[in-house]
Design a protein around this ligand. Structure first.
Ligand code: SAM
Length: 211
């Protein structure tokens, strides 16, 4: 085990991070709920030591729900990549409220990321857009980029229903994949078409080792 903040303390901190003000449906903007985010980050640091002192990328960082947590766990540096400027405005407010100095964000389309970032990160973590009807397979494209950026490990969430495909795709790209946990993601009723207060989907939390 590696040194890490207590899980309950981490969750409490993540609960203080501001989320999307006007979430954009096409960009699949929903936060990682703090109870899930804290479990994810706690596993990554306490079990694998892949956060503290490491250089980390967060793809589709949104308002910083994961990036801020990573910075609080004393990453050497965390860089968030996000296409939406409005989300990044909130990201910057979160960074200043937590008085963090080991964190930065870059506005760009993850699918057109500059190759100057290739192999510059120890760890890449993300809660990618899963891909809507008009964007099928977007999470797999994020995964391919993550493999290009990381020298060591990638952590990501994908729908459990796509597990076979994810494992096959990762193997075809030379990565060793392991499902660390099966989680129930309670998507909040962010969007008007959601009639219930939350919609549960099953997601897998993965660790990929890059060879
Ligand atoms: C499911 S949300 C996760 C947000 C944040 N990481 C969190 O955990 O709270 C996915 C994020 O990916 C961003 N995104 C979607 N398509 C993108 C793209 N092509 N390039 C960069 N970011 C993108 C969205 O704007 C959104 O912030």
């Amino acid at each position: 085990m590696f040194p890490c903040l207590k899980l309950s303390k981490l969750q409490e901190l993540l609960e203080g991070i501001s989320g999307f003000e006007k979430p954009k449906l096409l960009l699949e903007q929903y936060i990682t709920p703090p109870h899930l985010g804290s479990h994810m980050l706690h596993i990554v640091q306490a079990h694998y030591g892949d956060i503290t002192g490491k250089i980390i990328a967060d793809l589709g960082c949104g308002c910083g729900g994961l990036s801020v947590g990573v910075a609080l766990l004393n990453a050497g540096l965390v860089v968030g990549f996000e296409i939406d400027g409005e989300a990044l405005d909130i990201f910057r407010v979160n960074v200043s409220e937590f008085e963090l100095v080991n964190i930065d964000a870059i506005q760009c389309d993850v699918l057109n990321i500059s190759d100057r970032f290739f192999k510059k990160f120890d760890t890449v973590l993300m809660n990618p857009p899963f891909g809507t009807k008009c964007n099928i397979g977007l999470d797999m494209k994020f995964l391919e980029v993550a493999f290009q950026l990381s020298t060591r490990s990638v952590y990501s969430l994908h729908k459990t229903s796509t597990r076979k495909h994810v494992l096959k795709h990762a193997a075809s790209l030379g990565a060793k994949a392991e499902v660390l946990a099966e989680l129930r993601y309670d998507l909040p009723s962010t969007y008007k078409f959601h009639k219930k207060t939350s919609v549960d989907i099953n997601v897998d939390f993965y660790r990929f080792l890059i060879s």
